[in-house]
Design a protein around this ligand. Sequence first.
Ligand code: BG6
Length: 368
Amino acid sequence: EKGGYDWFMQKEIAEQPQAVADTLLGRVNADGKLVLDEMRLSEEELRAITKIIVVACGTAYHAGLIAKYAIEHWTRIPVEVELAGEFRYRDPILTRDTLVIAISQSGETMDTLMAIRHAREQHSRVLAICNTNGSTIPRESDAVVYTHGGPEIGVASTKAFLTQLTACYLVGLYLAQVRGVKFNDEVAEVLTQLSDSPAAIAETLNRMDPVRKLARSMVGARTVLFLGRHVGYPMALEGALKLKELAYIHAEGFAAGELKHGPIALIEQDLPVVVVVPSPKRPLLHDKIVSNIQEVRARGAKTIVIAEDGDEAVAPYADFLFHVPELPILLQPLVATIPLQVFAAELADALGYDVDQPRNLAKSVTVE
Ligand code: BG6
């Protein structure tokens, strides 16, 4: 059943190119238009949307944080992202013209379910992004986009995350298409880039041996920090979450711009700092991150850098440098997350922990 892999998570990490490809499958009709599964909201209703709120928990929440960058960019609709467990307790502003997007692999997470029930009571529309056919969250939603990731056994989410991202991109492009905000050419271009992404994901997986080796050398680490900017920020949060969940190592993700406002005080000799670097084609972003890497390294940090192919500007400041294939920045999480997953899983295994069943965690949390 593990198909030759040591753990389900290893298998699920390896299945990511296929999972993303399956999630993209059959989304474009004969006219070249994007179509979604169970879209029980009319184009008119979707055109009337004035605000989007994404609600989710854990890794799915990180997918939502990344979705915000893409959906706002493509549709110009303001997007908020909220932890589902916080949502209904703060009297959120919800109207008929608010679209709530619930992201949940299982479709049974109670915090997320309660959030969408609250949204529907306030007459907002709810769209679910879910991996489990016929589960409660999609049944209680106005529209569903299924991620076709197949069953995920490992408690810590990997392929579900990549397929959630894929579905979020599809929803963003669909809204852009329906609303005609951006030229349809841009939608078509991103769809092409998305359809190329499984090959880039597969290529990334082929490069993971040095990441495994590094992880196995780090069994003594007590704290690991993760830094990123733009979509690299949610990726940093996800990298830290994976390490906490699997290896029980204290880890925190920070927005790189915040470094000087606090976290830099934590830097000491040999502290591992993982940095996700945006493409050098975005020089404003890229150069700021390079200075952040220099700043932490000057204070003794051991820098573990994930950068795009061809980016050598970071090399002088990286103790370890891993390259991932080039994708447009909004899609970069599809590849740059993979070394973070592999790093956490390998380190956990090296420490002798059960990678598939981390202590105290459940795959689907059906209590609030
Ligand atoms: C958790 C799982 O508690 O629930 C996480 O351990 C997951 O991996 C989170 O991200 C949300 O689950 P779901 O099913 O709503 O995506």
